[in-house]
Design a protein around this ligand. Structure first.
Ligand code: PMP
Length: 408
């Protein structure tokens, strides 16, 4: 498998062979959702056609097989993240759901009036709004690690932001809006020096680099399957066992209990304590196939390939008059945000779409980043290992069409 060319790898993704508006698809929106290789689609078909049934409850064979297949994925997740134990790997609906779990459960247990939560100025709304809600509920408040004009976190004042009342830090590994790779090892070490746990939003990182939660010493790490070449509807919360043990259940119902009576209920052990109701079994099985696929390609190879594509695209776009790159951090992954003087990013997105080039335009669920950088929105091209030089050529050609249409 190691010797497969990138051209062969690209051919694993049937969706990329399509035409959109009469043009071959150039898919540059992986930061929103990565595409699925045939290997993942095949695993979904296998699940739906031979295993589909409910997990954890059945004595019958299909249910046992489905349970086995689903629990096998937990082991794949444990290996992917290098978690210590299966108990630390909780299936959630995605990154948003995982962060809500931590905000509400950790918040209920550990956030009191007057306490503080420290987030970064680069956060996705998914790592802002749940904290705002729990802080409002308990009377806590939020502090923010600032960024410079390049979109890099400024850590000079970090020790002052880690106050006596700071109970948790939340920061993304990679910014979805700008592509900045954040120095999370340093943030975690400095927070731990004051016994403050750290939640990492890994939505934009897991598919693009090797993540080792033990080496990072992250207390919580969240990601979504659909950013990892898997299906939508499932994701993961990694949490250190000693934190998860101390946290109350988040959603309640079947599967998360040991015993229910009208006098009271006892909860199931980890990880099931946090997994109420029937999970997205099929999506989970698909995520397992995606993990297998990426590990077989190898994260070092993936990262090198994507760095090459990002460098090329950065160079090509920088050379176009009127194009401004937004987010020029020294360490970046897979994301190229930009605008064109005199053109709204939505118009850039629409014109590119008419030429079969899929990018995202908007605030990328990171409005505070846009506000800080003084732009209403950006156009964002994002890359995966399955992109190629032609995709970049098409992006560049599309940008020249935009300039021509707008006369800029
Ligand atoms: N955080 C980051 C950094 C993201 O990029 C995203 C997805 N755009 C999310 C959180 C939310 O992920 P999901 O929509 O899969 O819950």
């Amino acid at each position: 498998a190691l010797s497969r060319s990138w051209e062969e790898v690209r051919a694993d993704f049937p969706i990329l062979a399509q035409s959109i508006h009469g043009h071959p698809l150039a898919y540059l929106d992986t930061a929103a959702s990565a595409q699925m290789p045939q290997q993942v689609i095949d695993r979904l078909v296998w699940y739906h056609s031979t295993l589909h049934s409910n997990v954890h409850r059945g004595v019958h064979t299909l249910s046992q097989r489905a349970t086995q297949a689903f629990e096998d994925v937990r082991l794949k997740v444990k290996n992917l993240l290098n978690a210590r134990s299966l108990k630390e790997c909780i299936f959630t609906g995605g990154t948003t759901d995982a962060i809500n779990l931590v905000a509400h459960s950790f918040g209920k247990a550990f956030l009191k009036e007057g306490d503080r939560v420290l987030l970064s100025a680069l956060e996705h709304h998914a790592n802002i709004v749940p904290w705002q809600r729990i802080c409002e509920e308990v009377g806590a408040s939020i502090d923010v690690i600032p960024i410079n004009d390049r979109g890099e976190l400024i850590l000079d004042g970090l020790d002052d932001l880690l106050t006596e009342r700071t109970r948790i830090v939340g920061v993304n590994h990679v910014s979805n809006a700008l592509g900045t790779v954040n120095p999370i090892e340093e943030i975690i070490a400095r927070a731990h020096a004051r016994d403050i746990p750290v939640l990492i939003d890994g939505a934009q990182a897991v598919a693009h680099m090797k993540v080792d939660v033990q080496a990072l010493d992250a207390d919580f790490y969240a990601f979504s399957s659909h950013k990892l070449c898997g299906p939508t509807g499932i994701g993961v919360l990694y949490g250190k066992e000693h934190w998860l043990e101390k946290m109350p259940p988040y959603r309640s119902g079947g599967d998360m209990i040991l015993n229910v009576s009208w006098e009271g209920t006892t909860y199931n052990g980890l990880p099931h304590k946090f997994e109420a109701g029937t999970p997205s079994i099929a999506a989970g099985v698909g995520m397992g196939a995606a993990i297998d696929y990426l590990q077989e390609l190898g994260f070092e190879r993936i990262a090198a390939r994507e760095a090459e594509l990002l460098d090329k695209a950065t160079e090509r776009l920088s050379a176009i008059p009127g194009v401004r790159l937004i987010g020029t951090a020294e360490h970046k992954a897979s994301v190229l945000s930009f605008d064109i003087e005199g053109v709204h990013p939505h118009d850039i997105g629409s014109i590119l779409d008419s030429e079969g080039v899929a990018i995202r335009a908007g605030h990328h669920c990171a409005q505070p980043v846009m506000t800080r950088l003084g732009v209403p929105a950006t156009a964002r091209a994002s890359f995966a290992f399955y992109n190629d030089d032609q995709d970049i050529d098409r992006l560049v050609a599309g940008i020249y069409s935009v300039k021509e249409i707008f006369g800029v």
